[in-house]
Structure formats: C-alpha cells, structure tokens
Design a protein around this ligand. Structure first.
Ligand SMILES: Nc1ncnc2c1ncn2[C@@H]1O[C@H](COP(=O)(O)OP(=O)(O)OP(=O)(O)O)[C@@H](O)[C@H]1O
Length: 732
C-alpha cells in the first residue's frame, strides 16, 4: 500500500479574517469525497492550482471525524502485528499539535490520546474474549529530535547528554539506543506519563531558550500480546514534526536560524527521501538526518499515514504551496504491509548488544524472525513509576478522560480512490524565485526570541564534535555564514517550491543515470561517513555526498544547496567556494540571473591552477569534471600550502619518469586494494579505507588513476608526511 496522505485544513483562529482564506477543499466529482486542495497562484490570483490527496478534511472536520476516518481503521491491523505510523507535517501554526495531541476537552482530544484509548479498549476486549489467556501489554517511549539530536522525553532534562542518544540499525529497523520505555496500564497511566514527558519537553526547550515546537516529537506505543509462550509485538508511532516554515517569512532571529537550519535540514532530507522514493531511486537518503532514519518512510513495513496540516490563510501562501508539493509526492511511496510475526518466549539474553544505562532487555527472539522483531524491551510492570510531582504544565497539555463509547461517524472523505493523475496537480510557478508580498510576514508565530548569547552556545554543539577541524571559526563568522547560507538555501528552496516542474522533470530522469557502480560507491562512502560518528567532518562529508548525488542526477539546484551546507565545515576552501560560485552562476544563467545579488556579483578570483579559467557563463558547462570535489576535505589552507611546498622537495620530483619506488607506491594506491594499502608504512585501517573510498569516488567521477606523488599528497587525509612515510617504507 502507498503511504496514505491526507490534508487537513484548520479553521480560522479568532484573530484571523475569512477574507484572507485562499485554501479550500474540493472533490474530483460531484458526490465524491473531498480529495483535492485548491489554492491560487501567488503570481496570478485568477489561476488556481489543485493538489490531489487520498483524503482532504476541511475546516469543519472534528477531531473525532479525523480519527475515525484515518486512524481507527488501522487499530485492528496493529493488533494483527502491523506497525502503524502516523505523522503530522506542515508549517508552524497549521494544527499539527492540535491534530496529534489535541486540546483539553474530551471532544478536542487528538490522535494520540484517542489512539491510546482505542488500544487499551481493544486490549481489554482481546483479554476478555480469550478468557484471560491472552494478555496485552502497552509500553510507551517518547522522545524528541532537536537539532538532529535525540532526547528521551521520559527522562528529566537534567539527565540529557549534549550529544543525545545514538541511533543504531537493528534487524532492519532504526532503534534509539538507551531509550527508556514505560509500561502503561491504562489511560490514566498514559495521561500521567504523557503530561510529564511534555513538561520535560517544554522545560528542556526553555533551557535552550527555544520553543518545544522546534523539535520533532515521536511517541512510540508498543503493543505486546502474550498468549502462552507466543509473543506478538507491534508498534504505533505518532509523530508531530517541527514546523516546515520558510524562515524568511517568519520573524526568526539569526540565533533561531541555526535551529531552523537543523529543522529545515531534516525536513529537506524528508522531502528528498520522498522525491527519491517517488522517482523510484534505489538509494534513498534516509541516513542524512535522524528524523528520516527514524521515520524510514517507505522502508518500514506496515501502515503509514501522513497528515498534511494546512492553514487556509494567504499569509501562509508560499509555505502552503511548499508543503503541498512535498506531501502530494509522498502519495507515490509504496509501503510493504508485513505483519510482525509471532515469536516464542525464550530465556533472556544476557547481553543485547545495545548499550545505554536505561536500556531494557527483551526476551531472545528466534533467529528466523529476526527480520521483523522489535528491539527494546517489554517494559516490565515494575518499570519506574513516573515522578509524582508534575511541575509546570506544558503549554499545550491536555487531559485524557475516560473513554465514552462514541457514535461511529462515517468517514467524510475516506477515499480509497486511486490517486488522481499528475495532470491534476498544476504547475505552480515559472522558474523565477518568488518574491514575497509584504503581507506574507503578517502571520503569527510561536517562536520565542532568544537572547544574543544563544548562538555561540548552540553552534559549537554542531561544530565542535571530536575530530572537527573547523574550530577556529568564530561565532561571528558562523553567524555571518549561517545568515548567508540560510538566506541562499531558502531562496533556492522557494524557487524549487514555486516551480515543481524541475522535480517532475527529474522524475523522468531515471535512477539509471546513477550507475550501479556509482551507487555502490556512494553507499560505501555513506557507511564510512556514518561509522565516523557525529564529528563535524562527517557532517560536512555528508553534505558533500548529497551534493555529488544530486549532481549525478543532474539536479544542480539541490547540489548547490548541499555544497552550501557543506561550506561551513570546510572554511577557507577555495575549491569548494569556486564550485559553489560556478554552480550559482550557472543556475543564475539558466534562471535569467535571478539569484541573490550578493552572490551573483562575487568576483571569481584565487582560482587554483587546475581549474579552467572561465571567461563567460556558457563555459561553465563541463568544467565540473576537472575539479576534485573532496580534495579540500581535511585540508586547511595552510596545510594545503605546506603540502604544495613539500611537493617540490618530496621523495622525488614529479618531473621526468617515475622511479621504481614511486611506481610501486602508486601501483599499490591505484590497486584500491585495502589490504595492500593498509600494509603501507604509516597507514592504519581508517586511513587506508579513507583512501580507497576517495579513489572510488574519483572513479565515479571518471577521474584517472593517481599519476604522481604530488597528486597523491593532495588527496584527503594524505599530505606530505604520510606520502613520505609510505614511500620511505617501501623496499625497492
Ligand atoms: N482543527 C483545529 N480546530 C481548532 N483549532 C485548531 C485546529 N488546528 C489548529 N488549531 C489551533 O491553531 C493554533 C495552532 O495550532 P498548533 O499549535 O497545533 O500548530 P502546529 O502546526 O503544531 O504548530 P507548531 O509547528 O508551532 O507546533 C492553535 O491555537 C490550535 O489550537
């Protein structure tokens, strides 16, 4: 089944005026359910765009109607062993939290409390119908992803470590290592835990001078059915994503931009994943952000429902178009519906392999079920009781009331109709980046303006990971870079948003364009990067990897965005800068010069000799191939200079024929044979692996073998000393 994508248009708030309504729900045919969202073109109000969804819920839709139509039908499947994921996507203030969490009153309860209520009710029924032979246990995990770091919300904020909890792949699923899990007997238990956890979320956010809605919140409800020695586990995940708004249209200060960059990055990666899946690419960039790793859209077996929340107002116009574009593509994602199999109780394992102080253990699963068992423990009844004292209530806390049986309501637009064809989705804009009417900034925001001091505190979290080589960068520089970078990213994002044509044109470019070989190499590099942990260099490399992949598919706008994201990690690197400049100029030439003026006018100087001098913009075509993308990685300007200097008086000059020893060294290097390279003097496994990865990357770009020692010295992680040691260590 495809990911089911439904849109929900929220009603007007008291302060909003119905004159400003521009988004409306519609149906494909008279008498059919609502499946279409209509919105005018920002450039020409007379023109209207239509986006088709599996279901559309208009302003009058109640919480109960939405739940009954979209979530309740899947509770049965959950108990049959299928995992269910429900996530809310949309701009800040469009009703994601209202939809997922809801309000205080019974009728205002959102998807999450209703889901729990239904789960408990069904669990009780199963136990009763089986005369107590089957017991149903419910356990909760609740965590947030803030600035691409995972924090347990069932633990008090004081217990957080700056780097958050790590993720691991286990049996084909992404698990959060060390995440706590609490058993939950009934709705009251749940209410207490949930309120306490949301208080933790607000407290933690306040400490950072941020707003809790700037993180993605993930509630995981694990249902374990035990019958004799048989166990069946399944999980319902309810995810309230952070707002996907464009910062140019909010009153975000510079400080918030760092945080926004993390949100934008994860949501951008999400949209990249959606694009890649809908194009049928083999490689989906899940690993580029924690949120997408956890969400694993289209990878997880089970049922996925994406709720796109929309505000009907003009002040959200461009953001609404952007989110409509992303989510309407998500419909094409196919999800395998595979039940989690029943497993049998076995003696507990002594070591699960996953560390972490809080990790719970679970019974050993038979290996033949390993592909779909859940990790994480069945939280024992003796699980830690929630702290008695709930401090300040969260801003949007709600009460869960005992469940009253409610009249089932027919789904207003439970559409099983096939997705409308793409012709129904109108092209939105031309190529030019949309300028914003001034009224677009008028919408309310929930963002808290932080103090000036928050920037240096937040930035080093990202930049100062172990292994980072970019620490010399000052807070001011970062601030300037971030400001510039975000402005640029958002400018190009708006352009992409305003014009879905390139994305659709891209879908015509098949993934065959990335050869199998290149894909393998990229994946190898990705794994390598991943194993490097979270250091800033890895982060930079990830962006470079993304950029290269985008370039491979001919998506230069995306490539540019990723190169720009990578830039702060490789400060002072002329090659990268030139690459960015060139791409900008090239795109500007395509777009008729409509790029941020400050960039378009940049003088092109300090070119490295290797790069072809460019006289006019036409000549940019084809100049990419002669630039080694990653040659700046691991290299500070001073170091590059030193390497150059040494190249002249190295083991041997590159002039004239290579000596036998040089030949021998180059042969070993060019063999790409890990064992041989590791055998070189001064090479450890990591260095050897880095070199092989890099050579593979060069291959993917059609670059020739390493022909000289000076060329070798210029490779990432090499340098003169390494080359000298390897050279000296060779017996001729
Ligand atoms: N369907 C609805 N009915 C009534 N009020 C709604 C509805 N949807 C949203 N609202 C109201 O709109 C406001 C914004 O909603 P909410 O906070 O849920 O947005 P959000 O998308 O979660 O924003 P953020 O990304 O900042 O968390 C709230 O006051 C909420 O009560």
């Amino acid at each position: 089944m495809s990911v089911r994508v439904v849109a929900r248009i929220r009603p007007l708030l008291d302060t909003e005026n119905d004159r400003d309504i521009i988004v409306r729900a519609d149906r494909a045919d008279e008498g059919k359910p609502l499946t279409i969202v209509k919105i005018p073109s920002p450039k020409n109000g007379a023109e209207e765009f239509s986006f088709a969804f599996n279901g559309v819920y208009d302003q009058s839709t109640t919480q109960e109607e939405l739940f009954t139509a979209e979530v309740a039908p899947h509770i049965k499947a959950l108990f049959q062993g299928l995992d269910v994921t429900i996530f809310a996507y949309g701009v800040t203030g469009t009703g994601k939290t209202h939809t997922m969490r809801g309000g205080l009153k019974l009728a205002e309860r959102g998807v999450i409390p209703r889901l729990l209520s239904n789960v408990f009710r069904r669990g009780k029924k199963i136990a009763k119908d089986s005369n107590g032979e089957t017991t149903v246990q419910v356990a909760l995990s609740y965590y947030e992803i803030y600035n691409d770091k995972v924090f347990d919300l069932l633990e008090p904020p004081e217990k957080r470590t700056p780097s958050g909890l790590p993720l691991r792949e286990k049996d084909g699923k992404t698990v959060v290592v060390g995440l706590s899990e609490r058993s939950c007997e009934d709705l009251k238990d749940f209410e207490k835990l949930y309120i306490e956890a949301n208080t933790n979320r607000v407290t933690a956010a306040t400490k950072l001078n941020a707003h809790s809605s700037r993180s993605h919140a993930i509630l995981r409800v694990k249902v374990t059915q035990i019958s004799g020695d048989m166990i069946r586990e399944s999980t319902a995940s309810a995810i309230d994503l952070a707002g996907s708004e464009d910062n140019r249209r909010t009153d975000n200060g510079k400080e918030r931009l760092i945080e926004s960059a993390a949100i934008n990055k994860s949501l951008f990666v999400l949209s990249q994943c959606i694009d890649a899946i809908s194009r049928g690419d083999k490689r989906i960039p899940y690993r580029e952000s924690k949120m997408t790793r956890i969400l694993s859209l289209g990878q997880n077996n089970g049922i996925t429902i994406m709720i796109l929340n929309l505000a009907p107002l003009r002040s959200y116009h461009l953001d609404t178009l952007s989110s409509l574009n992303v989510s309407s593509r998500a419909k094409r994602i196919e999800v395998r519906e595979i039940e989690n199999e029943i497993v049998f109780k076995q003696p507990p394992r002594t070591n699960s392999g996953l560390g972490g102080a809080n990790i719970q253990r679970q019974p050993l699963r038979p290996l033949n079920n390993a592909h779909n068992v859940h990790t994480g423990a069945i939280a024992a009844k003796a699980a830690e009781k929630a702290a008695e004292k709930a401090a300040d209530k969260p801003a949007k806390a709600f009460n869960v009331y005992t469940d009253k049986s409610s009249k089932p309501i027919l789904p207003p637009s439970r559409a099983t109709m096939p997705i409308a064809n793409s012709s129904q989705v109108r092209q939105v804009l031309g190529n030019k980046r949309a300028s914003e009417p001034s009224e677009l900034s008028a919408r309310p925001t929930k963002l808290v303006r932080p103090s000036q001091t928050s920037l240096p505190r937040v930035v080093p979290q990202t930049m100062s990971q172990p292994g980072s080589q970019t620490l010399s960068i000052s807070a001011e520089q970062i601030e300037a870079m971030v400001e510039k970078k975000v402005a640029e990213i958002l400018a190009s994002r708006a352009a992409a948003t305003a014009d879905p044509a390139p994305a659709q044109a891209q879908s015509a470019l098949s993934e065959n364009q990335i050869s199998e070989e290149v894909r393998k190499r990229l994946e190898a590099l990705e794994r390598r990067i991943d194993s490097d942990g979270q250091d800033a260099r890895s982060e930079g490399l990830r962006y470079l990897l993304q950029a290269k992949q985008a370039k491979e598919r001919g998506d230069e706008e995306t490539a540019l965005r990723f190169y720009e994201l990578a830039q702060p990690y490789f400060p002072g690197q002329e090659k990268l800068k030139m690459k960015i400049d060139r791409l900008r100029a090239k795109l500007a030439a395509k777009d008729g010069g409509d790029i941020p003026a400050m960039e378009a006018q940049k003088p092109r100087k300090h070119r490295l000799p290797k790069v072809k001098e460019v006289e006019n913009e036409d000549e940019y075509d084809g100049t990419e191939a002669d630039v080694d993308d990653e040659s700046f990685v691991d290299r500070k300007p001073a170091r590059a200079k030193a390497a150059k200097k040494k190249a002249v008086k190295g083991p041997e000059s590159d002039d004239g024929p290579a000596s036998p020893r040089t030949r021998q060294l180059l042969d070993i290097v060019n063999s790409r044979n890990l064992a041989l390279i590791r055998g070189l003097s001064g090479f450890g496994t990591k260095k050897a692996q880095d070199l092989v990865d890099h050579l593979n990357l060069r291959d993917g770009e059609g670059e020739a073998d390493i022909a000289s020692l000076s060329q070798l010295r210029m490779l990432p992680g090499m340098g003169s000393r390494t080359v000298e040691r390897a050279y000296e260590g060779l017996a001729v």
